[in-house]
Design a protein around this ligand. Structure first.
Ligand SMILES: NC(=O)c1ccc[n+]([C@@H]2O[C@H](COP(=O)([O-])OP(=O)(O)OC[C@H]3O[C@@H](n4cnc5c(N)ncnc54)[C@H](OP(=O)(O)O)[C@@H]3O)[C@@H](O)[C@H]2O)c1
Length: 250
């Protein structure tokens, strides 16, 4: 029997690339999102709003009845927001946390028996933004930091039952993610993303799962950015004020 991978957010971007990569390695991929992916991205598509608790419960019931195990769960679905803390209304803030934080946590909790049965792996797609504060992206920063710490604190809780946890922190990869973000601001133009691609990220994630590594930072040089910002927070804050023209607004 093939190994089972459940991947959220497969309608495009990183999720579609992850689905293709795990299929290439002979996993049976069950993909979830509200809109379907292109033909051939997943073995099975389930149309789902992951923020709906009733849907999550019926999904887990169905997976339990059909397979009784899950080898890989990738919490990839997510959404961004471009707005200051003052601008972002509470409904949008809660919506962001529902998909970026509460849905992944709920899925892991509900799928724990299935993951245990397979000595499986949980992959949480956080972000470099979990460690690099960005003005007008504070809600996304906070949600991804919460997800990263969920991921890191979960690992020692589940290692004893054979479950592995991989935390993934991608830097910017062009997927159209910014265009789908909440909030009223337009993100500033940034320099090109170099060689970072969804396919490159997917390959790194597959290798990390196979080797049971704890973390993926992609591209790797973002690790230096994270360290730099921790040591020199004032430079990061200055750059943020300039990039978003915040000094002119206040
Ligand atoms: N691209 C980057 O630069 C970057 C960098 C760091 C981290 N990330 C993270 O990587 C993940 C994927 O991002 P991406 O760039 O591939 O973005 P994307 O192209 O916008 O894809 C996001 C995926 O999430 C799904 N989704 C959103 N809300 C959902 C909901 N309520 N229920 C079910 N599915 C939902 C979307 O599908 P539907 O809309 O069809 O439901 C889509 O498949 C996100 O968690 C993002 O925060 C991205």
């Amino acid at each position: 029997m093939k190994k089972i991978a459940v991947i959220t957010g497969v309608s495009g971007g990183l999720g579609a690339a992850l689905a293709r990569e795990f299929r290439r390695h002979d996993f049976l991929v069950i993909g979830l999102s509200r809109t379907p992916p292109s033909e051939g991205v997943v073995d099975e598509f389930v149309a789902a709003d992951l923020t709906d608790p009733a849907f999550r419960e019926s999904l887990v019931r169905d997976l339990t009845a059909r397979f009784g195990r899950i080898d890989i769960l990738i919490n990839n679905a997510g959404i961004g927001a471009y707005a200051t803390w003052e601008e972002l209304d509470e409904t949008a803030l809660r919506r962001l946390f529902e998909i970026d934080f509460f849905a992944p946590v709920a899925l892991v909790r509900a799928m724990m028996p299935l993951l245990t049965a397979a000595s499986g792996t949980v992959v949480n797609i956080s972000s470099v933004a979990a460690s690099v504060p960005v003005a007008c992206m504070g809600a996304y920063n906070a949600a991804k930091a919460a997800l990263r710490l969920f991921s890191e604190s979960l690992r020692p809780e589940v290692t004893g039952r054979g479950i592995h946890v991989v935390t993934v922190c991608p830097g910017r990869i062009e997927t159209g993610f910014s265009r789908r973000a909440l909030g009223g601001r337009k993100p500033p133009e940034t320099p090109g993303h170099g060689s970072a691609t969804a396919v490159g990220l997917a390959r790194r994630v597959y290798r990390a799962c196979a080797a049971r590594r704890r973390e993926v930072i992609y591209p790797a040089w973002y690790g230096w950015v994270m360290t730099f910002v921790r040591i020199f927070p004032g430079i990061n804050e200055y750059a943020n004020r300039k990039i978003w023209h915040l000094d002119h607004e206040n």
